[in-house]
Ligand binder design. Sequence first.
Ligand SMILES: Cc1cc2nc3c(=O)[nH]c(=O)nc-3n(C[C@H](O)[C@H](O)[C@H](O)COP(=O)(O)OP(=O)(O)OC[C@H]3O[C@@H](n4cnc5c(N)ncnc54)[C@H](O)[C@@H]3O)c2cc1C
Length: 380
Amino acid sequence: MKLPTVQFTKEQERFREEVRAFLQDELSKGTFQTKCDSWLSGCDANFSKLVAEKGWIGMTWPKKYGGGERSSIDRYILTEEFLAFGAPVAAHWFADRQTGPLLLRFGTEEQRNFFLPKIVKGECFFAIGLSEPNSGSDLASVKTRAEKVEGGWVVNGAKTWSSNAQHAHYMVTLVRTEPVSEKKHSGLSQLIIDLNSEGVTISPIRYLTGEHHFNDVFFDNVFVPDEMVVGTLGNGWAQGLAELAYERSGPERILSTFPLLNEAIEELKRQHNLEGLAEASKLVAELWSLRNLSIGVAKVLEEGGEVMVPAALVKSIGTKFEQKVPEVVRLLMDVYPQLQAEQKMNRFLAESILHAPGFTIRGGTSEVLYGIIAKGVIAG
Ligand SMILES: Cc1cc2nc3c(=O)[nH]c(=O)nc-3n(C[C@H](O)[C@H](O)[C@H](O)COP(=O)(O)OP(=O)(O)OC[C@H]3O[C@@H](n4cnc5c(N)ncnc54)[C@H](O)[C@@H]3O)c2cc1C
């Protein structure tokens, strides 16, 4: 596997400084509080609005839809800084990361004109409707079905683990539009469902922490107009796979616990704990290598290349790294994990430990990714 190396230009480094200054300023003003795993658990529509005002949602998309036509490396830099600061970006995350690119690739012109400008303004949030109570890794077995009626489709079924659906306006939902056949991957389609439609019920599934990020979403005879079918009917599987490439290799697969690592290093420096710093530096070296891989994948994606295998590789190693950070940190220093603690270290450690189990599950479990990597290697 060969991935390109990326050298940031002076302009890109200046952009990083601009993002840092913005985040530092908002942090000092108390607009947000740094959190580990903030891209999933830091949902704040007001903060997303501020990001939108800077032109930083949909920043790579065409200008005619409100985007900024900037490079994916600029977006990578922006995302890295959001995660390093633990900023509350979850509200617009899915729409920016995957719904926009999905519509740009497969959507109709009407869908692009309707949704993209709203997403860019931070006024329209999306949830991801893939998993079901009995379909997670094996998505081809989804049972939520859409039946054809005049002018649209009637949807019945349920989705689960739908992150932040309680704040989202719409959900890109994988449904079965044809009966199961021998080819179980065919007959699936993607529909955009308005979550305020009659017949939609969203009910919380609470984290270990008591926080509410996940939901069950039930569809009871929900009408979805024909205009809300994304791409080609029956092609939902292939379109969904394309969407996953955007999901798997970004900096959010290596930096979910970065605020903890950063704070631990600062604390070790204050303590002049050289042994501890030597251990922490191993984590930094690991992070640096992963980051190079992840940026390489972003570059290939930008050039329209195939990234299924490298993205799976980055996600599987990156998420293990994210889990390792709290394990190493708690052995290096006296720290008591506590969610409501005044001390940042205690808070970050608690957030990291409690969120860590999900890192290797969301977006495709490690075992499933190993299968993709192995098949890719065998295929050459
Ligand atoms: C924090 C978090 C956020 C999430 N957000 C969303 C969301 O917004 N929208 C959404 O649709 N889903 C979401 N999910 C769900 C997630 O995508 C699924 O949990 C995941 O795909 C695994 O599915 P499952 O839970 O049904 O487990 P299963 O698929 O039942 O897997 C159970 C176990 O079997 C193993 N296994 C399964 N198949 C294979 C195989 N072929 N080879 C080897 N081992 C296998 C798995 O690795 C796992 O260990 C989220 C999950 C988490 C943890």
